[in-house]
Write a protein that binds this ligand. Structure first.
Ligand code: ZN
Ligand code: ZN
Ligand code: FE
Length: 756
């Protein structure tokens, strides 16, 4: 063994701040008898270590192979240097200016160690709702400014007590430099009050058991909580919230309870118990322990999450194991984050208020995802636990701010080879959401230390985001077509460069020809796209009304396929429709009044859903399509006919023959489940056949799938599998939602490439 000491300098980038990386390095260095130092710098953690060469090598290997649980290493550079003769290993003071560009961690669910302390009667943090450590706790939601330290968070008003300070300063302690460290002596406190804001001396758990509805201030917003097994409580929550049909999510005590109510595979278990602790959409078991018809009407899946803060953890006991836990905001308004605001806005909704005195600075909703039958994650909402984590890009970008669309909106900021998507802001048509969205932009600029030079927006002239972009004179503006942005988003998160084919199945988006697009096959890279195929246009009467009333779309197809005869058919399939509304629609379509052309896939699902009597009114976005999927008879293999027509070099996918066959099927007694399945199969077959033509024409065989319709698991799984069978290379969304929540990512990458 060589006696001469060796030295090395290691630079590690990624999520290495606020995750206990430096203390980990410190402990590891001591374990291997090394000397030197560790430091947070502009691009990440820098280490100089020296000692026995073998130990040094082991040390470096371990750093990369088993970093602390929350760290995410993006790169590790190692360089040999002359040993300098350090006497000990130390954690050096960071140069605070430098820390700006280090990534800020998302909020992290309570860890096992903290859980143990909270449930240990002898521990000084027994039942303390704000217990956290370097491995868990609030981050993004409490950070006001960078560099990340306590003074710049909403923990600033709580000076640490002696005991907490000791933990904080001890490099060997789990709470070393845990900025939000707190205990019952020095930290934030909860308070239970009634509707008037008067303190109430009762146990929140008992109140929940008695069927009361509680407004609970959590990590990123207020929730409304109620015992999910109590039919009356759930029912009155639904009534008071004035939310007719949108499914409620539940929080369960532990994994075992989740398994009692739902089917879980190991991937779903892993996501549920992950540090991000998202809501995972699971298949509900058939039992009658829950009022399922009120919790998630019309569908057989249930959104489930585990307690992710000690405060939530303490809402459960041996008898109370499952709670409705739904965002407390009223209809489409922003998340509620302030105590007074909650008391005011939820006066008629909650019976009691469990509040606390730590401010929520960055509102952040729960993330919602599911594991597809292909065992891949799919996001409905990427928020708590993930924001502001960057998404690695396959190219280096200019600093871009991409504004997204309008509904379910996120924005995206790029820095070098990463894209940072914001949390969701809801429908920006709502002024308060728009305000929050606007407030969020400078916060991201500050947090990332980015000054965007380019602003990317949708082409829709009516979107609030488009209006805002038009007013920006200091940034270069780039408009990106909606479905092209979807394509680019799918490319970017999959690390693709070069040209691909993209199948975009979506609700609505402004097309370059003024029509409402939504079922498109595009060819594109990050610089340009060509529309190669789309669903044959049908008229869309008065856009927004029709989105809310799927049966209007059924009428459109009936009249398109059968002409005036369609009026009589509507009699049969849409018996609830009165003569007057039918006539008005007929006239409107005939005269082309307030009618635009559309190739929307979402509207096609609506039309079929209402034809089958599955759902004729959308009480939440996408309801008709969601319920149509739920109605599918999985065993059916058949499909209907369709036509591919060539017009001006573009393939038109014509589903009129399918409509004739569907109606035939129904008249011959075909069940809803069978027709629904054959409809799905038809789309899959039509897409594959079209793609085969396009592959012959273009030589491209990589296919990205994007757009909100790909939440549909039947369509997604069938397509992914059949594409592989037909020797295409298919890609789907796994990091950002396939719908408009992921739109800003695609806009950002395109804008960076086409701007100058
Ligand atoms: Zn912890
Ligand atoms: Zn303390
Ligand atoms: Fe879209």
């Amino acid at each position: 063994m060589s006696g001469a000491p060796a030295g090395c300098r290691i630079k590690i980038t990624g999520i290495v701040q606020g995750v206990g990386f430096r203390p980990y390095v410190y402990r590891l260095a001591r374990e291997y008898g090394l000397t030197g130092w560790v430091l947070n710098s502009s691009a990440g953690v820098i280490i100089e270590a020296e000692g026995n060469p073998a130990s040094l090598q082991e040390f470096a290997r371990k750093l990369v192979d088993s970093p602390p649980p929350l760290a995410l290493i993006r790169s590790c550079e190692m360089q040999e240097i002359e040993p300098r003769g350090f006497r000990e290993f130390s954690i050096r003071q960071s140069e605070s200016e430098d820390e700006r560009t280090v990534m800020i961690s998302p909020d992290i669910a309570i860890c096992e160690d903290c859980k143990r302390e909270v449930s240990d009667t002898r521990d000084r943090r027994y039942r303390y709702p704000f217990t956290n450590c370097t491995n868990c706790g609030p981050r993004f939601t409490i950070i006001k400014d960078v560099p990340y330290d306590r003074a710049r968070t909403t923990m600033a008003p709580f000076p640490m007590c002696e005991s907490c300070r000791e933990e904080y300063e001890n490099p060997l302690h789990r709470r070393f430099h845990a900025q939000p460290n707190a205990c019952p002596v020095c930290g934030p406190q909860t308070r239970l009050c009634d509707r008037e804001g008067r303190p109430v001396d009762k146990d929140p758990v008992e109140l929940l058991k008695q069927g009361y509805i509680l407004a609970v201030k959590g990590l990123g917003a207020f929730h409304l909580a109620a015992d999910a097994t109590n039919r009356d409580a759930v029912k009155s929550l639904r009534q008071r919230k004035r939310r007719d049909a949108k499914p409620f999510a539940v929080m369960v005590r532990d994994l075992e309870v989740a398994n009692n109510y739902c089917y879980l595979n190991s991937t779903e278990e892993r996501w549920l118990t992950s540090p991000q602790a998202p809501i995972v959409i699971l298949n509900r078991k058939k039992d009658d322990f829950l009022p399922d018809d009120i919790i998630h009407p019309g569908i057989n899946t249930l959104g489930v999450m585990l307690p992710y803060t000690p405060l939530h953890y303490l809402l459960f006991d041996d008898e109370l194991e499952i709670l409705i836990m739904t965002s407390a905001n009223i209809s489409d308004e922003p998340l509620i984050v302030e105590n007074q605001e909650a008391l005011h806005k939820l006066r008629e909704v909650a019976d009691f208020f469990l509040v606390h005195n730590r401010e929520i600075f960055n509102p952040c909703d729960d993330s919602v995802m599911r594991v597809t039958p292909l065992n891949t994650p799919q996001f409905f909402r990427r928020a708590r636990g993930f924001v502001p984590l960057g998404i690695k890009l396959p190219l280096t970008t200019r600093p871009v701010l991409a504004l997204g669309g309008e509904l379910k909106n996120t924005f995206c900021m790029t820095r070098a080879d990463e894209a940072f998507l914001s949390q969701h802001w809801g429908d920006l048509n709502h002024y308060l959401n728009y305000r929050k969205f606007m407030d969020g932009i400078p916060r991201f600029e500050k947090m990332l230390d980015v000054r965007p030079q380019v602003v990317a927006h949708d082409l829709h002239p009516g979107y609030q985001t488009t209006h805002w972009a038009m007013e920006q004179s200091q940034m270069q503006r780039v408009g990106v077509q909606h479905h092209y942005a979807h394509l680019a988003a799918a490319m970017a998160e999959n690390g693709l460069t070069g040209e691909v084919l993209g199948v975009v199945c979506d609700g609505t988006g402004w097309g370059t020809d003024g029509a409402v697009w939504g079922f498109e096959i595009l060819r594109g890279d990050y610089r340009q796209f060509t529309r190669l195929a789309h669903l044959k246009y049908v008229p869309l009467p008065g856009g927004d009304v029709t989105i809310k009333k799927p049966y209007r779309m059924t009428m459109v197809y009936l009249l398109q396929v059968w002409g005036e005869e369609g009026l009589e058919m509507a009699e049969r399939f849409l018996p609830f429709l009165n003569r007057e509304e039918k006539q008005v629609l007929y006239t409107q379509l005939n005269k082309g009044l307030r009618v635009v052309e559309t190739s929307s896939c979402g509207r096609l699902f609506d039309a079929v859903s209402a034809l089958l009597g599955v759902c004729s009114l959308n009480r939440y976005e996408g309801q008709a399509a969601v319920e149509l999927e739920a109605a599918v008879d999985r065993s059916e293999q058949g499909r209907y006919d369709y036509l591919l027509e060539r017009e001006d070099g573009v393939w038109l996918m014509n589903v009129f023959p399918m409509w004739e066959a569907m109606v035939d099927d129904l008249e011959r007694g075909g069940t809803v489940g069978i027709v629904a399945r054959k409809f799905h199969n038809t789309l899959v077959d039509m897409i594959i056949t079209t793609l085969q033509h396009l592959r012959d024409e273009t030589g491209l065989d990589r296919v990205v799938l994007s757009g909100g319709v790909f939440h549909n698991q039947v369509l997604l799984v069938e397509l992914m599998q059949k594409l592989t069978v037909h020797r295409f290379i298919p890609y789907q969304h796994c990091q950002v939602p396939p719908g408009d929540g992921g739109l800003s990512l695609g806009q950002a990458v395109v804008a960076s490439e086409v701007s100058d």
